[in-house]
Design a protein around this ligand. Structure first.
Ligand SMILES: [Zn+2]
Length: 590
């Protein structure tokens, strides 16, 4: 059974009637978004062909026990990829990677065995913290043996943010040094009026701290864990960093630090004691505007022996070539990760981590989008790439590789869907990242056109925008939008959405119980996918490609912005469920 457009969109009575009458122009809502007529017959055909029942059926298969949790490099993962490719082919889409639907991605797995030593400048006192109890460490150099040695510089929050008039590195030369810094940002933990208060900025993410240190040529960066700045205890850091970590292969010319580490607060106090300074005085100084990096009379040295193993997985890609020969090289990419956690520790006798909502649902939506694009009577002006990406749960790996290696043209926008609404229609829709680029305006105008309320991030302290595949594109300077489901269910009591989300987070997220349930009607799946379709379709047809907002930290124009050629390395980390603030892993989008 095919979902009609009225069932897919919001049942707002006035506009719904007009929708059914196919006279959207009469509805007092904008039908031109970014210079594109979204009430055109082509757009309507696109949204009408998107079907909730089809999305649900594919979600059920992709999250069945047959695909064994879809872990990269496993039989179940390959089965899922083969299924997606066959769906792309059946829909008549062109392979996205020349003649293939697969873009191979190598995963480099690194298990570290580090040793770390601190020595006072006069050489008289030493401290060797204990691995795991006092510190964790890792090297992004992907080598079996790495040595490091350098003077220690305290860099405060380790932030250079011109738009907040904040530069901890002003006037400092930290090349070859071992940096010691704090997590989060001065707004989140320091009470500074700068930054965004409790909304975590990218500058507060630990990934940023390591990237910035590498950009400045540091030998290493050590972050100090405190419960306040992290939002939870040391065990989360320890569990996330002690096993095998994955990334995509390093590329020639990229600089990587020898050392990336965390120390406990107690270990930080001890090692700072060698330098005769107190952690509290350094933290107080770091919070003050105008703080700059402070060399300490302290030396750090050590080595990391690593077990390095390589496995291969693949992104699954299909291409809709643009019809405009001058714009065809500009590619709008849709991403949705198909990987999940595979077979793991059993819970209640179930060891298969099915990942129904996360993210068989989004993968199914990508397939439905592919079919919708293929059926359009007229192709968009720009090209559209449909990408079911791998390795999100291992640290956004498939998307990092794709963003760096476009199989066709170059990317001008990414629209990501990680988890689709498993219940009925909503009166609203949520976007993440819209504040950084013109894609936020496109989203808001489209929701208005569809009679929906637009909402931003529902948990801004968690930095979810930095934690799913769209961020791989952001780091390459590509404006990106993460479309999430709404929370305001039509015809259900207020608060139902929040309650369902809390239950999911607590009882199912990254657990074997994230599987298809009878209560998952997925009646709202088409609605969310239709909005995704329109957003990408508008961008693919607009006079100009999307642009970053002035002052966005991700605009590549600035040398000091996080987006830059050196910023594309994947971040290590498995995903502690329910992580907060700056300390959690890059992986683990909802
Ligand atoms: Zn996910």
């Amino acid at each position: 059974m095919r979902t009609s457009v009225s069932a897919g969109l919001r049942g707002s009575s006035t506009c719904l009637a007009l929708l059914l009458a196919a006279t959207l122009g009469a509805c007092r809502r904008p039908s031109t978004v970014d210079g594109v007529d979204v009430s055109s017959a082509v757009a309507r055909q696109g949204i009408q062909s998107i079907d909730s029942a089809a999305i649900r059926a594919r979600t059920a298969f992709l999250s069945s026990d047959f695909t064994e949790g879809r872990a990269p490099g496993t039989r179940g993962g390959r089965l899922a990829a083969a299924y997606i490719a066959s769906e792309f082919a059946a829909a008549g889409l062109r392979p996205g990677n020349d003649t293939s639907y697969f873009q191979p991605v190598t995963f480099v797995g690194v298990t570290p065995h580090p040793e770390l030593d601190f020595q006072s400048a006069d050489g008289r006192s030493r401290y060797s913290p204990g691995y795991l109890d006092d510190y964790v460490a890792w090297t992004p150099r992907q080598a079996g043996q790495v040595e490091f040695s350098g003077d220690v510089v305290f860099v405060g929050y380790g932030i250079d943010a011109p738009e907040y008039d904040w530069n901890d590195y002003a006037g400092a030369d930290v090349k070859g040094k071992i940096l010691l810094g704090l997590v989060n940002d001065p707004g989140g933990t320091g009470g500074s009026k700068k930054f965004r208060g409790d909304t975590l900025t990218y500058y507060g993410r630990w990934t940023y701290k390591y990237e910035e240190a590498a950009r400045l040529g540091a030998a290493g960066m050590i972050l100090i864990h405190t419960p306040e700045s992290a939002g939870y205890g040391w065990s989360v850091v320890r569990n996330s960093w002690s096993g095998e970590q994955f990334e995509i292969p390093n590329e020639p010319g990229d600089y990587h630090e020898a050392l990336e580490a965390w120390v406990t607060e107690a270990a930080a106090r001890r090692l700072l004691g060698l330098a005769g300074v107190s952690l509290d005085s350094l933290v107080t100084a770091a919070r003050r505007p105008g703080f700059t990096a402070k060399p300490l009379p302290l030396h750090a040295a050590g080595s990391i022996r690593s077990d390095v193993e390589r496995t291969t997985s693949a992104n699954v890609v299909a291409l809709v070539p643009g019809r405009d020969s001058t714009l065809r090289d500009q590619v709008v990419v849709y991403t949705s990760h198909y990987d999940h956690l595979g077979i793991g520790a059993p819970e209640n006798g179930d060891a298969i981590y099915n990942g129904a909502k996360d993210n068989a649902s989004g993968t199914s939506a990508i397939i439905e989008l592919a079919r919708a694009y293929q059926r359009l009577p007229e192709r968009p002006r720009r090209s559209v790439l449909l990408a079911a990406v791998t390795g999100e749960e291992s640290g956004l790996l498939g998307s990092a590789y794709l963003a760096r290696h476009p199989p066709f043209g170059h990317f001008v926008a990414d629209i990501n869907m990680d988890a689709i609404n498993m219940y009925g229609r909503t009166g609203d829709m949520v976007e993440l990242g819209g504040e950084y680029s013109s894609l936020g305006d496109v989203f808001r105008e489209l929701t208005r056109y569809l009679g929906l309320d637009a909402r931003g991030d529902q948990s801004p302290g968690q930095g979810h925008f930095f934690r799913s595949d769209q961020f791989s594109f952001v780091k390459r300077g590509v404006p990106s939008l993460y479309i999430e489901q709404g929370v305001d269910y039509v015809g259900e009591p207020a608060g139902t959405g929040q309650k369902r989300e809390e239950t999911y987070r607590k009882e199912r997220y990254h657990q074997p119980d994230d599987e298809m349930l009878p209560e998952y009607t997925m009646g709202g799946a088409a609605q969310q996918t239709q909005l995704g379709f329109l957003a990408g379709w508008v961008v693919a047809n607009a006079p100009r490609p999307p642009a970053w907002k002035p002052g966005s930290p991700f605009a590549p124009a600035s040398d000091t912005a996080p987006a830059g050629p050196g910023a594309a390395q994947a971040s290590p980390g498995s995903a502690p469920a329910g992580g907060t603030a700056a300390v959690d892993s890059a992986a683990g989008g909802s």
